[in-house]
Ligand binder design. Structure first.
Ligand code: GAP
Length: 445
């Protein structure tokens, strides 16, 4: 079985994971809406991140900052000056390309060739293009009112460093985590959810004493790789790749990417960077506020170093979707099964009456309502039981619960496991606990 992006995109649309933004108007390139099933999946991805990065960590707190920030933030961070990609235009076909990625692009006039290789190509010189989206604050559209849509969530954390220190009495090593939307006017977005212009990041800035940064850099590389495995990605599809010196961002002393083996090749899922004390120093300089930490014991001020695991919620959602994709044969038909970890599965269980008579639908609805207090569940009474299982397999529901003739006399139901297809009989009053145990159980593929 080969997973292709085409299979993933088709299934995603057919079953309500994602839709193209503004589709009835022809769509807006590389912008995606999450449908009823997709939003449950993405919410679970975000919650899994928050659970491991904030809820279970006494040394990390959360924050949720405004998307619009003071324009000086982006001068201090280096984004106004340096957050650029080299851009070339083709005067002939009017297409635009990243000058440093021509080898990976296709010439629109001659797709078997790269831009610049076809005789009719007429490329301009490369010029630097800033990726930040600009808008205006207030009714007057002049340069004094320009604000930027944040291109990373990280800066909201740095500018709140003192607020967090003062309000929650933290001392290094400690972290501040944030999940939220970021915007980049990417020259070449694409590959479905992989690279878009509006996306969600899950970032954590971990502040440490200078000299301890190398230790924490190693620690966070391993922690973040393990997170993807814990939530169901097969380890053979993950790897860590250290950045070469010429790849490092202007603020970084070291960086490693968690990469996933997407259908289009190994690509970045998350970056873990040693940002040194660059950001706190720069914000101190630009704001005039002293952002050093005062170490009571050593009686000294210092700028903490920062280790940053920066992940993308959409990119992670795509990786979980691709990795879960499987196919099997039923009645001579090939069908898709999504083998999500139960914690990430959009719907945890589906409840079916075997027959649409003898009080079974009413009983099944009661079971559905009982489970709905605790989990995202669906009720389905349409079509044969085989078809109903298949519909749920396609959206990755790990458990199917069937109310049948026996239920009406002894209050038991059957529970089917999506992956083993094993069926067990359980009393209805044990279902909530049983399902919870099954969802919580460690599961690796
Ligand atoms: N604060 C550091 C930072 O933003 P980054 O490597 O540029 O680092 C971190 O971004 C993560 O955000 C990436 O690994 C990716 O998962 C996600 N991301 C970045 N640009 C994206 C885009 N255009 N579309 C979707 N996700 C993106």
């Amino acid at each position: 079985m080969t997973v292709t992006m085409e299979k993933i995109v088709n299934l995603a649309k057919r079953r309500g994971f994602t839709f193209q933004s503004s589709e009835i108007y022809g769509g807006l390139a590389s912008c995606w809406d999450y449908g009823p099933v997709g939003i449950e999946l993405k919410r679970n991805v975000r919650e899994a991140w928050w659970r491991e990065m904030v809820q279970k960590r006494p040394d990390i707190v959360g924050i949720d900052c405004a998307i619009l920030m003071h324009p000086r933030v982006w001068e201090a961070s280096g984004h106004v000056e340096g957050f650029t990609d080299p851009l070339v235009d083709c005067r002939e076909c009017k297409a635009r390309f990243r000058a440093d990625q021509l080898d990976a692009a296709q010439c629109p006039m001659k797709p078997s060739m790269h831009p610049g290789q076809f005789e009719k190509c007429n490329l301009t010189e490369a010029r630097q293009f800033n990726l930040m989206f600009k808008t205006f604050m207030g009714p007057v559209e002049d340069s004094a009112n320009v604000v930027f849509m944040r291109p990373e969530t990280a800066q909201g954390i740095f500018v709140n460093f003192l607020n967090i220190l003062n309000s929650s009495r933290r001392k290094p090593p400690f972290g501040i985590a944030q999940i939220g939307k970021s915007f980049r006017n990417e020259i070449t977005p694409g590959n479905f959810l992989f690279r878009t212009r509006e996306f969600e990041q899950m970032e954590m800035e971990f502040f440490v004493k200078p000299g301890e940064d190398e230790h924490w850099f190693e620690y966070w590389k391993n922690e973040r790789l393990s997170w993807y495995v814990k939530y169901g990605i097969r380890s053979e599809n993950l790897r860590l790749r250290a950045h070469a010196d010429d790849e490092l961002a202007h603020y970084a002393k070291g960086c490693a990417d968690v990469e996933y083996h997407f259908p289009f090749g190994w690509s970045e899922l998350e970056g873990i960077a040693n940002r040194t004390d660059f950001d706190l120093r720069r914000h101190s300089e630009y704001s005039g506020k002293d952002l050093r930490y005062f170490d009571e014991e050593a009686r000294e001020h210092y700028f903490p170093y920062v280790i940053e695991p920066a992940a993308g919620a959409d990119r992670a959602t795509l990786a979980f979707l691709v990795d879960a994709y499987d196919e099997d044969e039923a009645e001579g038909e090939t069908r898709a099964v999504l083998r999500f970890h139960p914690k990430l599965a959009p719907v945890k269980a589906a409840v079916f009456p075997l027959l649409r008579k003898d009080g079974q639908p009413e009983k099944a609805l009661k079971v559905y309502e009982m489970l709905g207090e605790h989990f995202t569940v669906q009720y389905d009474q349409a079509g044969s039981i085989g078809r109903r299982y298949r519909r749920q397999d396609e959206i990755g529901t790990p458990f199917g619960i069937t109310v049948d003739h026996q239920t009406m006399s002894d209050d038991t139901v059957t529970l089917r496991d999506r992956d083993s297809m094993e069926q067990v009989r359980l009393p209805i009053d044990r279902l909530v606990d049983d399902l919870r145990n099954r969802i919580e159980a460690p599961r690796q593929r």
